[in-house]
Design a protein around this ligand. Structure first.
Ligand SMILES: Nc1ncnc2c1ncn2[C@@H]1O[C@H](COP(=O)(O)OP(=O)(O)OP(=O)(O)O)[C@@H](O)[C@H]1O
Ligand SMILES: [Mg+2]
Length: 331
């Protein structure tokens, strides 16, 4: 049987930033496929390269960033081979992104309607203002905002409503891939929950694929069916989210993240953090970049970069799985 075409296909993608301190290896050889109608989570600590990867997929990298290796395909098209005109048509209609802190980046001097109409009219040159307005109303209803707010300015809306507007703009042209970069981080828990429910509800109807970026482990494991765990620019594990409810047979970093989720038991709340700090991306540790923080690290981990091992539905980049743990797994 022929394999279905992925909506997003990353193959050995690396991105670096040119800086005075040297080359910042923000994304380091990552590969991933996302298919239609699925939500894939991307999690990692601050500075692990999540937004850089999102921006690279959109071909909206900062001026000092370079895609140093690999290919990024969206709907089978190589994003970084497109010319400006092709990209202009492709962005928002095939792939879109809710940028980190976007709700604070809405244009303060334009009404919500004007900002939504901009999206329609820049892509559909022949669309009448009347039709664009009707679509904008529809879109407001999809994200559960009263269409009267089309006449509002961003500062007149609450944070949660502004975030809904940003999501509405991202889905306005029915893209196949929506990248959401920390879409609920700045919001309080109740609003966060309602936005998440809304995202799930819209996704079910529209069936687009979502790459959902977050540092909130429990949130991502609830929302996504598959999760990529990023550490120092690499996917150290790509796993089905179901298996994140248990701590064995994961990458030690993933196990650390699982243990860092507060576990409410009858008597006490236990949280175990991961000791140490993420590495300097200009001067990465040799071997496995996680080895200075890893309680299982061996001499080999300090010198040799691990390859990916497949364990059930997980791809784990860790030496433990071809030595110590292999025996355990097979016993
Ligand atoms: N313009 C830039 N020039 C140089 N280095 C940069 C630039 N932008 C980001 N970086 C570095 O690249 C690395 C990855 O940054 P990125 O913003 O992708 O991380 P992130 O995982 O999205 O973090 P957060 O969770 O805080 O949003 C960090 O070490 C960051 O300092
Ligand atoms: Mg980020």
């Amino acid at each position: 049987m022929e394999e279905k075409q992925p909506v997003l296909e990353l193959e050995n993608v690396s991105v670096g930033y040119d800086s005075t301190a040297g080359m910042v290896q923000a994304v380091n050889d990552v590969s991933l496929k996302i298919y239609e109608n699925t939500i894939v989570g991307l999690i990692g600590e601050s500075g692990s390269g999540k937004s850089t990867l999102g921006n690279a997929i959109m071909h909206l990298l900062k001026n000092n960033a370079v895609l140093t290796n690999g290919t990024i395909k969206v709907m089978g098209k190589e994003v970084h081979s497109m010319n400006k005109n092709e990209l202009r048509k492709f962005r928002w209609s095939q792939m879109s992104m809710v940028f980190q802190s976007a709700m604070n980046a809405l244009n303060p001097v334009l009404t919500i309607e004007a900002q939504i109409l901009d999206v329609y009219r820049s892509h559909y040159k022949n669309m009448s203002k009347k039709e664009a307005r009707a679509r904008a109303r529809e879109l407001m209803e999809i994200v559960s905002i009263d269409p009267t707010h089309l006449n509002s300015y961003p500062h007149e809306l609450s944070g949660g409503m502004r975030q809904r507007v940003v999501i509405a703009i991202a889905i306005a042209l029915d893209p196949k891939l929506v990248i959401m970069d920390e879409p609920t981080t700045a919001l309080d828990v109740v609003v966060q929950r309602s936005i998440l429910d809304k995202i799930k509800q819209i996704q079910k109807v529209k069936k687009f694929a979502i790459l959902f970026i977050s540092h909130d482990f429990s949130l991502v494991s609830e929302l996504a069916s598959k999760v990529a765990i990023m550490y120092a620019g690499r996917f150290i594990e790509v796993t089905d989210s179901k298996s994140l409810s248990h701590t064995d047979q994961h990458h030690p970093y993933t196990e650390g993240l699982i243990n860092a989720i507060p576990h409410l038991t009858a008597e006490e709340v236990t949280i175990t953090g991961i000791p140490g700090n993420p590495p300097n991306l200009v001067d990465l540790p040799s071997g496995c970049a996680y080895h200075p923080r890893c309680q299982f690290a061996t001499e080999r981990c300090k010198t040799e970069r691990p390859v990916v091992h497949q364990i059930d539905n997980r791809d784990v980049e860790c030496h433990l799985y071809d030595a110590v743990r292999k025996e355990v797994l097979e016993s």
